[in-house]
Structures are given as C-alpha cells and as structure tokens.
Design a protein around this ligand. Structure first.
Ligand SMILES: NC(=O)c1ccc[n+]([C@@H]2O[C@H](COP(=O)([O-])OP(=O)(O)OC[C@H]3O[C@@H](n4cnc5c(N)ncnc54)[C@H](OP(=O)(O)O)[C@@H]3O)[C@@H](O)[C@H]2O)c1
Length: 243
C-alpha cells in the first residue's frame, strides 16, 4: 500500500516517539495530523510541511471523550477520511505499589488506556464507513513483562494489548487492521527522567546492549500501516529485552 495522500492522526506527537512516527509518514507522502495538550513548535510543523504534505495540529487531551470526538470530527470535516490512527499519547507516574496514590493510578489509566479507547471508538465509526483503516496502539515491553514501580503503567499497557486484540476481531472483516507496538527502552524525554544508574542497569538487561531510537519504532509503524494481512498482533521492538 502506498502512503501517498493517506491521512494519519498520531496522538501525543509533539515530541518523542509520536513525532518520530509523524516524520517517517510525512517523508512517505502521508498528510499528518499532530496532537498534544500544549502548543506544537512552528519549526516542527514547517519541517514536516517541507515534505510536501498537509500538516494539521489538533490540540486536545486524549483522556477526554468529548475532546477526542471533536478531534476525529474535525479530521472528517477537513480531510474527509482517516486512514491511520496511532494511539501513542502516554504518561508514567512511577511509584512502588505500597506508595502509589489513587490519583497516580487513575491519571495513567485515563490517558494511556481510556485515551486509546476514546480515539479508537470515534475513529472506528469513520473507518467502518470507509471500509478501510489501520490502528496502531503503542503499548510497552512492561505491558508484557511487568515492572516493579509501574503497577499503574504496566497494567494500562497490558490493557491496551487486550483492547487491540478485541478491536482487531471486531473489525477484521471490514478491511480494518488493529495492531500494537511494544517498545523496549527508547531514548525520549520520558526515559531521560531516569537516573544514570537506572539507565545503565536497563542497558545491561538488553541483549543488544543499547537503547532504541524513535526511528526504530517509526519503522515498525510504517510496516504495520502497510501490512494488510497482519492484525491483532503485538510487535516487540526492544533489542531482545523481552522474548
Ligand atoms: N520512551 C520509551 O522508552 C517508551 C517505551 C515503551 C513505550 N513507550 C510509549 O510510547 C509512547 C510515547 O512515549 P514517549 O517516550 O515518546 O513520551 P514523551 O516524550 O513523554 O511524549 C509524550 C507525548 O504524549 C503527549 N501527551 C501526554 N499526555 C497527553 C494527553 N493526555 N493528551 C494528548 N497528548 C498527550 C505529550 O504532549 P503534551 O505534553 O503536550 O500533552 C507528548 O507529545 C507512550 O505511550 C509511552 O508509554 C515509550
């Protein structure tokens, strides 16, 4: 499938993995709809437009059912279609279970899991009418393996895997695929918060002995967006961290 003139919406694409995905799809000719809660730098928009594609920014919080509904309705009005949805927006609020507050748990679920539900629910109505579409959900290696200090995050990411498989089964016969990417440890602002000691011990636990890049994840998204006979899968991109 050629990506030229396809429309892709990537939640949480002002930086990090989401922006990396936006770049690779723009380079391949797709029109890109960016999202985040805060303003997106004009040089990022300019850089993507230089690939000759349309770039639209829709600010909004994915945890809000109404805001996600508005964003998908705007895409329908302005582009008439949505070919690829990437549910990428996500946060961490790490703490050992004993010390984890209810708020830390609820915030992570609201953005990571409910946010994925919100956008998928609104987008799927449009994709069903088109009889085509691709959904790519960004989960995590810790959704597969678990991780101390991340009960909230790991379970929200495991929930995304269940959501991915259930959605895939519901819509496979209608020409729509739904898959997940499970990144390992990737260099972004999210992981830069970790101490040098923690980073070093993570690197030692990765068979490839290196951290991943946003481009490693973007390449996986590019593959899934074009793989019409692949659905309900979790593609691990983790340097062998979890097999
Ligand atoms: N980095 C890793 O090693 C790693 C590993 C496994 C999985 N992941 C997953 O990959 C995804 C991206 O991670 P990243 O490392 O690129 O994170 P990041 O650098 O912190 O970027 C997160 C993005 O999500 C947006 N965002 C956060 N909350 C949002 C909300 N409620 N509504 C809309 N946008 C929101 C942020 O923009 P605003 O701040 O403007 O809202 C930003 O654009 C996440 O789902 C993360 O869990 C990352």
């Amino acid at each position: 499938m050629t990506l030229k003139d396809k429309v892709i919406f990537i939640s949480g694409s002002s930086r990090g993995i989401g922006l990396g995905i936006a770049r690779i799809f723009a380079q391949n000719g797709a029109h890109v709809v960016l999202n985040g809660r805060k303003e997106i730098a004009s040089d990022i928009i300019q850089e993507l437009e230089n690939y000759g594609v349309k770039v639209r920014v829709l600010l909004g919080d994915v945890s809000s059912f109404e805001e996600t509904k508005r964003m998908i309705a705007t895409i329908k009005d302005e582009f008439g279609r949505l070919d690829i949805l990437v549910n990428n927006a996500g946060i961490t609020r790490d703490q050992l279970l004993l010390r984890m507050s209810e708020e830390d748990f609820d915030d992570v679920y609201a953005i990571n899991l409910k946010g994925t539900f919100n956008l998928t629910k609104h987008a799927i109505a449009l994709m069903l009418k088109q009889k085509s579409g691709t959904i790519i959900n960004i989960t995590s290696v810790v959704g597969l393996a678990g991780n101390a200090g991340q009960v909230n995050y790991a379970s929200s990411k495991a929930g995304i895997i269940g959501l991915t498989k259930a959605t895939a089964k519901e819509v496979a016969a209608r020409g729509i695929t739904c898959n997940a990417i499970a990144p390992g440890y990737i260099k972004t602002e999210m992981t830069q918060q970790l101490s040098e000691k923690t980073k070093e011990s993570i690197i030692q636990s990765i068979p490839a002995r290196s951290i991943g890049t946003v481009d490693d994840i973007a390449q996986a998204a590019l593959y899934l967006a074009q793989a019409k006979y692949v659905t309900g899968q979790v593609l691990s991109v983790n340097g062998g961290m979890y097999m």
